[in-house]
Design a protein. Structure first.
Length: 294
């Protein structure tokens, strides 16, 4: 499943109150290295009452990032790990965290148990990368969330079609993420990325624009095919750029999703398919009460 949410976030020029709120919530001289942790802590406070930690964090982040300048987030990618009890159990640099089953971080994650949520920041505001999606092959990871400095939010969890096939043994660390299972989401990530690259010249979109949305479109494909549950909130500039070529991106993602869905059907045992819902070709419509987010 894939769906987007577009929420109102007034700009500095439009609202003096919003400017004051941003100043109050991002005090001058604050330590940027811990900024993502503070943002997650606020999101957890906003998520009270949610039994599902992932759902609570997602909703909390939508609230805490609204009407807020996120340029104060860390100047490099940081990772915050939250367990099912909504506790922050680990923090690390993303470059160190790719091998998340080693060292002190690995020990903390073992103590945290299953259904952990990985939250990190994206400096350029782009979608979930291949390395991000690779973390879903770890049986302890429930979801991956990226917070863009441009106000974009992205989240993915494993689709119902693949959950029953996720391997039971402990994952082993490999370059670029966790080693995938035999029938892994990464097989379908590769299919989606390869076909999107091959169809690049079938649409009249400038390279800079096309590749700035490449990761996002790959996740859209996987969401439509049912490989992942994908949700996103685009910052207003990124949203305007995407919507300018929305027809082309939608056509590409629908076409490639049909190929990925067919590949999944051929590789996943019938029993596992019968236990999950059929992949949908097009995402649900956004909430009618939501609109563009800045």
């Amino acid at each position: 499943m894939a769906h987007g949410e577009y929420q109102t976030r007034p700009s500095q020029a439009e609202s003096g109150a919003s400017q004051l709120a941003m100043e109050n919530r991002t005090p001058p001289g604050s330590d940027r290295s811990d900024a993502l942790t503070r943002l997650v802590q606020e999101a957890l406070q906003q998520s009270g009452g949610q039994q599902d930690c992932f759902e609570g964090i997602w909703r909390g982040l939508q609230v805490t990032t609204r009407a807020r300048d996120l340029s104060w987030l860390p100047s490099h990618e940081k990772l915050v790990v939250v367990d099912q009890a909504a506790r922050i159990v680990a923090r690390a640099d993303v470059t160190q965290a790719l091998l998340i089953d080693r060292g002190e971080l690995g020990e903390r994650l073992l103590e945290a148990g299953s259904d952990i949520v990985l939250i990190h920041n994206h400096l350029m505001g782009r979608g979930l990368s291949r390395n991000d999606l690779a973390q879903l092959t770890n049986p302890r990871v429930k979801a991956v969330i990226a917070v863009g400095h441009d106000g974009s939010l992205y989240a993915a969890s494993l689709g119902e079609h693949l959950k029953s096939l996720r391997r039971e043994e402990q994952p082993t660390a490999v370059t670029g993420g966790m080693s995938p299972s035999r029938t892994s989401v990464m097989e379908f990530v590769a299919t989606a990325a390869t076909q999107l690259g091959q169809q690049r010249r079938t649409v009249s979109i400038h390279d800079d624009v096309f590749f700035s949305h490449f990761d996002h479109v790959v996740s859209l494909v996987l969401g439509k095919a049912g490989a992942i549950d994908y949700r996103f909130v685009l910052g207003v500039r990124r949203q305007k750029s995407f919507r300018r070529f929305e027809l082309e991106f939608t056509g590409l993602s629908d076409d490639i999703a049909s190929h990925v869905a067919a590949e999944m059907k051929g590789r996943i045992p019938t029993r596992a398919r019968d236990d999950s819902r059929e992949p949908s070709r097009s995402p649900p419509s956004p909430d009618p009460e939501t609109c563009a987010r800045e």
